[in-house]
Each structure stands twice: as C-alpha cells, then as structure tokens.
Design a protein around this ligand. Structure first.
Ligand SMILES: *Cc1c(COP(=O)(O)O)cnc(C)c1O
Length: 373
C-alpha cells in the first residue's frame, strides 16, 4: 500500500464476476440479476456493476432513486429496479431515466398510473409482502387486486416480487409458507397484457434462497451478498469466492509487562510480559467496536488477538507469541483476507457479513483488481 495510507481495501472484481457466473449457473434456465444497492454493499457500484453487465447481467436492483440515477448511464440497456418504491414527487425522474419502480402500496400504484398517463407508460414492478412484514402490498391489497384486475389497468408490469424472511435457514417453515403465498398470488392475479407481449417475471430469490432449490427460483433472482463473497448458507461450506481483502499497517510495537493494561477503560490486563502492536484502523473505518477483546487479525498468517478496546483510528493486538523479529512497524496485517473471511469477522463482532461490508470506511486506499479488460 502507498506510504500515505495506513490501510488498504482490495476488491477483486474477477471474484465478484465469478460469483455472478456461479449464481447464474445455479439459476439457469431462470435469470440472475444483481443487487447493487448501497453502492454494491459498500464495495463501489460504479466500479463493479459495469463488469456484471458485461458478464451478462441485465437486471439490477437498487434501493433508492438516487442509486438508480447514478447507475443509469453506466448500465446501458439494463433494467434498474428501485426496490424501496416510488417516493412522492420522484415520478418524473424515475420515468425520465428509465428506472423501474417496484410499487409497494396501492398509493404507489395509483401514482404510477397517473404518471404513466401524463409521462407515457413505463414499466413497473409489484412487490407483495408474503410474511416478512417489511415492505410491499399487504394481504388485503392482494385480495383487492385479485378481485378487481382493473385496479392494475394502465400498468406495464415487468416483475412481480416478494422477499423471504428466513432463507438463510433452509429448515425454517416460514420459507415454504411464503413460497405458497407467493404462488397463490402470482397464480391468481389477472395481469394486464404487456406491451409487445413481453414476459412478466416472477422474482422471489435473493442470495440464500437460490440455494433453497429450484422451487424458489421462479424467473429471476436478485442476489447481493453472495456476489460479494458472503456465505449464503451459514454453517455450510461457502461455494463463493472471497472478493475483499482488508489490510492495515502496524504503526508501533511496544513491550508490556505483568499487570499493565491497554486502551480506553483499561479493559485488558497483561498476565505477563508481552508485545503489543498498534494498527492504523478503528471503528471510524468500520472495524466494529464489539471486536475489542474478542476479534483477531492475522500477521503473516498467524492469529493475533485484538486486546483492549477498538478506538476510532487504532486497534491494538497482542503479538507476544510470535517470533521476535517476525513483526515490525510498517508491516501489513490482514483483517479480512485469506485467513479470516467476512463471515468470521462478523461472527466475532456479533453481527452479519452484510453489516461488516456496508460499514467499511472511506479512509482506505481502495484497489480494484482482477477486472477483465
Ligand atoms: C437486499 C435485498 C436483496 C438482496 O439480498 P441478499 O441477501 O444480499 O442476496 C434482494 N431483495 C430484496 C428485497 C432486498 O432488500
């Protein structure tokens, strides 16, 4: 890493593209899209999404209108879906930039119908809530839409979707219950014919649900986490490639002795002489404070526990057990890498890989590797 940085984040675009291909293979003959919301989970959508497009992905899922607008010029010809719906007042931006709003309420449906009359019809999607109870048309809305198909008049529907609550637990009974509910809705709705008789795609699967089996595949998946290397089925072997390496420099070494403590709150006390290394990353960089006295980093492949609290810009690790001379200021240690993947760090931090990724900070030197020209 260059001298002015104390930490570097390396993002392997080749691994992300390989993960896309693996997921697309699992989904075949159904389609595989990509969730690129939250800046590709913090990894950089502008850098990554065009490579997914070149790898054959043509369905991109973001949360917000701004995310869609930022990606629109970078993904010519691709569909970009706004999963968080249609904010009041955004109709003109959405329609004018060929973004596809996922309509989550009767009010959003009505506003898109009105916008389609004045701004020329544009495709939209519908999301039905089938048990997550988070976002989407309710059970009562579904009953109304099934009873009166005219409520959907004037919509050019390109996708109908729902989202599972427990897909990372293959045994959870809610998976089957939501699947049944999604089938009932998609089988019962009488949908308006599409322009040019284009297909209306049904989409239920995100990363984990791709691995629940083909019952859950329908026509289109929208994985995010698995693209970026997070294990879609925790507790089983991860079939995906790691896409992230996070390294930071050792800034100082110091000798400590029996009964000395380290860090704010003096939360770790040494039981004998040891050596501490201070590393130039902290919670402002997304290294969770909950890793204090719990997590570890890797020094030349050797585990070194984080001792004391994580502070804003620094962490301290115990390297007393490593051979003298094998650790020196200026050396890089691995926080996320070959010896510790995102899921392992998340477990130590008491969270999930998604939160680790989306919190990775802005102070790192960022490097993108593995991209095909
Ligand atoms: C975030 C999200 C996805 C992608 O989920 P992953 O678990 O990261 O694959 C898909 N669909 C919806 C509705 C989402 O909110």
């Amino acid at each position: 890493m260059s001298d002015s940085y104390s930490a570097a984040l390396t993002i392997d675009i080749g691994a992300i593209v390989a993960n896309y291909r693996l997921l697309a293979g699992r989904m075949s003959p159904a389609l595989c899209g990509a969730a690129v919301k939250a800046d590709c989970y913090g990894l950089g959508a502008a850098m990554i999404a065009p490579h997914l497009r070149r790898a054959g992905c043509s369905h991109f899922f973001v949360a917000t209108v701004d995310e869609g607008l930022a990606l629109r010029p970078l993904l010519p010809g691709a569909r970009i879906y706004l999963m968080n719906g249609l904010p009041p007042g955004s109709e003109r931006d959405v329609a004018g930039n060929e973004l596809i709003p996922i309509l989550n309420s009767m009010n959003e449906i009505e506003r898109w119908q009105a916008a389609s009359r004045s701004l020329a019809a544009r495709p939209a999607g519908l999301q039905f809530d089938t048990g997550l109870n988070r976002l989407g048309l309710s059970h009562d809305d579904a009953v109304r839409l099934i009873a009166d198909p005219h409520l959907l008049d004037g919509l050019d529907l390109s996708v109908i979707m729902s989202h599972l609550a427990c897909a990372d637990d293959p045994e959870h009974p809610q998976n089957r219950a939501q699947l049944r509910r999604f089938r009932e809705i998609t089988d019962s709705l009488r949908l308006p014919p599409r322009l040019g008789n284009a297909r209306i795609l049904r989409s239920l699967a995100a990363s984990s649900s791709i691995f629940l089996g083909s019952d859950y595949h329908f026509d289109l998946a929208r994985p995010g986490a698995a693209l970026y290397g997070i294990n879609p089925v925790l507790g089983t072997g991860n079939p995906l490639r790691q896409a992230v390496r996070l390294q930071a420099k050792i800034l100082q070494l110091r000798e400590v002795d029996l009964n000395m403590t380290v860090g704010y709150g003096a939360s770790h006390q040494f039981r004998g002489p040891s050596v501490l290394a201070t590393i130039g990353v902290g919670y402002a960089d997304g290294i969770f404070r909950s890793l204090g006295n719990r997590g570890a980093v890797f020094v030349a492949g050797q585990r070194a526990p984080i001792v004391g609290r994580v502070s804003m810009d620094l962490i301290t690790i115990d390297v007393g057990h490593l051979p003298r001379g094998s650790v020196a200021p200026g050396m890089n240690v691995d926080l996320i890498g070959p010896d510790q993947n995102i899921d392992a760090m998340a477990r130590d931090a008491g969270t999930i890989g998604y939160e680790i990724l989306t919190n990775l900070g802005a102070r790192f030197q960022r490097r993108y590797v593995g991209a095909q020209a």
